[in-house]
Ligand binder design. Sequence first.
Ligand code: IPD
Ligand code: CA
Ligand code: CA
Length: 262
Amino acid sequence: MTEQLQQIDRQVVQWLRQIKCDLPTMLADMDLQTKTSRFDLVTNVDKAIEQSFEQLLMSHFPAYQLYGEEAHHNTAKLRVGYTWVLDPIDGTANLVKQQDDYCIILALFHDGEPVLSYIYDCPREKLFQAIKGQGVYLNGEVVPPPPTMPLADSIISFNNKVLNDETMHDLLDASFGYRLIGACGLDSAKVFTGQFGMHIHTNAKPWDIGAQFLFAEMLGLKMTNFQQEPIDFIHGGPFIISNPGCYEETLAILLQNGGYQK
Ligand code: IPD
Ligand code: CA
Ligand code: CA
């Protein structure tokens, strides 16, 4: 299995290198559209990256399934055999408004278990890579599990629009401080490296968190819903990825006094 994964990994890394080369031209021709609201954005860059990955699969891995945000939503057989989950651009609002802080999230599942994962921070050219049975890397350098950190010493991250004021302030008071990048993949990657203690997304889509399963498993992080149950990779939902030192306390605060919802 490991040798086969290494072979697939080489193809993916090559594809990401090609995307890196093509990106400046794609960005120069960027065209914006809205989806469900004026805040729900998509660009031709998101679509082109998903199409490019689909082409890679057709030429190298024709039996592999694709579950992608823009155009691949068939969930019928995703737990059988090999399935890729792709967010072609995570942080599209950041791309459009800031030309910064966006990433590609990509994960391979075999019979429902995560085996390869990537988060590629495009502007910073930082590639987080996890290979089951082998290791976790940032641009080829091993990423060790972060030290255990109590909530009081941790920077935490969540979307403040979806939490009620009381819960939000209780979390802020219990933590060291707050930052939000606004791209679920990049907020999660800060937890991989120990820069953040945790990241919460109250309604994660499968492609927002596809890669995080394997990183969490291999780095000794907690990744569950708010009832401490596993998350289904096909459905997503409420999501916390956390340093083990912050996890219990964060969830206790989130769920106390009737919960976090407005
Ligand atoms: C979004 C980002 C953002 C999160 C949103 C997602 P997109 O993904 O991950 O951090 O708060 O809920 O939709 O739409 O840019 O791929
Ligand atoms: Ca996303
Ligand atoms: Ca996206």
